[in-house]
Design a protein. Structure first.
Length: 175
């Protein structure tokens, strides 16, 4: 067994959990980005129609501003989650700090994924996490394509929670 194979096999659990956390972040980012863009579209259409009908742009702006700011918040956080999640799926060593900041946003959103924040920070900053997110490990991955990466149990347990949470959120917001 080569040194690269030994390194991959020793950190396979950590690699799969980091990739799974990235997959959850991508899913969560898509769930946040879609409503944000939808709010932008609704607000733009409504504001244009109201200005054309009423002729009072300042009155419309006062009414539209809160919805527009919520749309901006959702779109921005969704885009951040997508970028950080895709970086973790690739095990990009340059995104450790950015992914940590995005993971801390989970606490502000008060969602089902807030419970996973300590685990995500552990995966990113533990000794094994520093090894997996290092250029040395990237080189080992290129040398050992025959060792497959797999999804962790964490992803399969959290996936229904994310889907259920998005379903509940959309029913509460839009219906």
């Amino acid at each position: 067994m080569t040194e690269a194979e030994a390194l991959r096999r020793a950190h396979r659990w950590h690699e799969s959990h980091l990739r799974s956390m990235g997959g959850l972040m991508v899913l969560f980012g898509a769930c946040a980005l879609f409503p944000g863009l939808l709010l932008f579209g609704i607000v733009s259409f409504s504001a244009t129609a109201a200005v054309l009908a009423e002729g009072d742009p300042l009155g419309v702006l006062r009414f539209v501003w809160p919805t527009l700011s919520v749309g901006l918040l959702f779109s921005t956080s969704g885009a951040l989650f997508l970028v950080a999640g895709l970086g973790l799926r690739r095990l990009d060593p340059n995104l450790r700090v950015g992914a940590s900041l995005v993971v801390c946003l989970w606490l502000l959103k008060v969602s089902a994924l807030s419970v996973l924040t300590p685990l995500a920070l552990y995966l990113l900053w533990s000794r094994a996490g520093r090894v997996v997110l290092s250029p040395r490990y990237q080189a080992a991955m290129r040398l050992t394509p025959h060792i497959p990466s797999r999804w962790s149990v964490l992803f399969w347990l959290a996936l229904p929670l994310v889907v259920w949470g998005f379903k509940v959120w959309t029913k509460a917001r839009f219906f």
